[in-house]
Ligand binder design. Structure first.
Ligand SMILES: C[S@@+](CC[C@H](N)C(=O)[O-])C[C@H]1O[C@@H](n2cnc3c(N)ncnc32)[C@H](O)[C@@H]1O
Length: 206
C-alpha cells in the first residue's frame, strides 16, 4: 500500500472524530495564530490538513486566503462536506508535500501551519524536500507554526513510525533565516483517552 492509500484508508475506516489526532477546537494553533494579529487577507497555507476543524475556525475568524493541502483526497472531501458552502472560500490542493507537483505553483505565503505532519517524514530526503518547499514559499517576515509529537511521547501515529522533535531540531532545520518566537508543550488527549504530548513552535522569517 502506498502512502496516499494509507491515508485514504484512515479517513475511510473511521469518522474524523474517531481519529487519534482529532481536535474539537484546535486551541494551541488558534491561540498562536490569533497572537500574530494577521490581516484577514494573509495567505495561510495549511499542510496535511486532513479533516481538521482548524479551517472552520480560521474562516470564523475572517481569514479570506486559506489554502488547504493533503495527500488524501478522501480527507479533503470530508472537510469540503463539513464546510458546506464555505468550501468555495478555500483553495484546495491535493498533493504530496514531499514530492510536490501542484504545490510548486503555490503563491508566497504569510503563514505555514503544520500540525502532526512533519513528524511522519522519517527519511532525510523527505525532510529536506519538506523544508525546501517551506523555504521557497514563506515570505520574508512570514510565520511558520509546526506542531509535532514531542520527545518522550508516542512513537507511532496512525500505525506509522514518527520522528519526535524538540524546538532545537526544528530550528536547526529552518536555519538562521527563521527566528524562534515561541515554543510550547501541549498534551493532546486522543479519543481513547491517551496522552499525546506535542511541541508547538512558532517561527518568523527574518
Ligand atoms: C495525523 S494527521 C493530522 C491532520 C491535521 N493536520 C490535524 O492536525 O488534524 C496527518 C495528515 O497528514 C497528511 N499527510 C501525510 N503525508 C502527507 C504528505 N506527504 N503530503 C501531504 N499530506 C500528508 C495525512 O493525510 C493526514 O491528513
Amino acid at each position: 500500500m502506498n502512502i496516499k492509500e494509507h491515508w485514504d484508508n484512515s479517513y475511510t475506516n473511521k469518522s474524523p472524530q474517531e481519529l487519534g489526532w482529532y481536535e474539537n477546537v484546535p486551541e494551541p494553533s488558534m491561540g498562536l495564530i490569533r497572537s500574530l494579529k494577521l490581516s484577514p487577507y494573509a495567505e495561510i497555507f495549511s499542510v496535511g490538513t486532513g479533516a481538521s476543524t482548524l479551517i472552520e475556525h480560521l474562516l470564523e475568524d475572517g481569514f479570506q486566503n486559506i489554502t488547504v493541502n493533503d495527500i488524501s483526497s478522501v480527507a479533503l472531501d470530508l472537510l469540503r462536506k463539513e464546510l458546506g458552502k464555505e468550501e468555495c472560500n478555500v483553495e484546495w490542493i491535493t498533493d504530496d508535500i514531499v514530492a510536490p507537483t501542484k504545490l510548486k505553483d503555490l503563491t508566497p505565503i504569510d503563514l505555514w501551519h503544520d500540525r502532526a505532519v512533519l513528524h511522519f517524514f522519517t527519511e532525510e530526503r523527505d525532510q529536506l524536500a519538506y523544508f525546501n518547499l517551506l523555504k521557497s514559499k514563506v515570505k520574508p517576515k512570514g510565520y511558520v507554526i509546526i506542531a509535532t509529537f514531542a520527545k518522550g511521547g508516542a512513537e507511532k501515529c496512525s500505525g506509522l513510525p514518527i520522528l519526535q522533535y524538540d524546538q532545537d531540531m526544528i530550528a536547526q532545520r529552518l536555519g538562521f533565516d527563521f527566528e524562534l518566537k515561541q515554543a510550547l508543550n501541549f498534551t493532546h488527549i486522543n479519543p481513547k483517552g491517551e496522552d499525546r504530548p506535542y511541541i508547538y513552535t512558532l517561527f518568523q522569517r527574518r
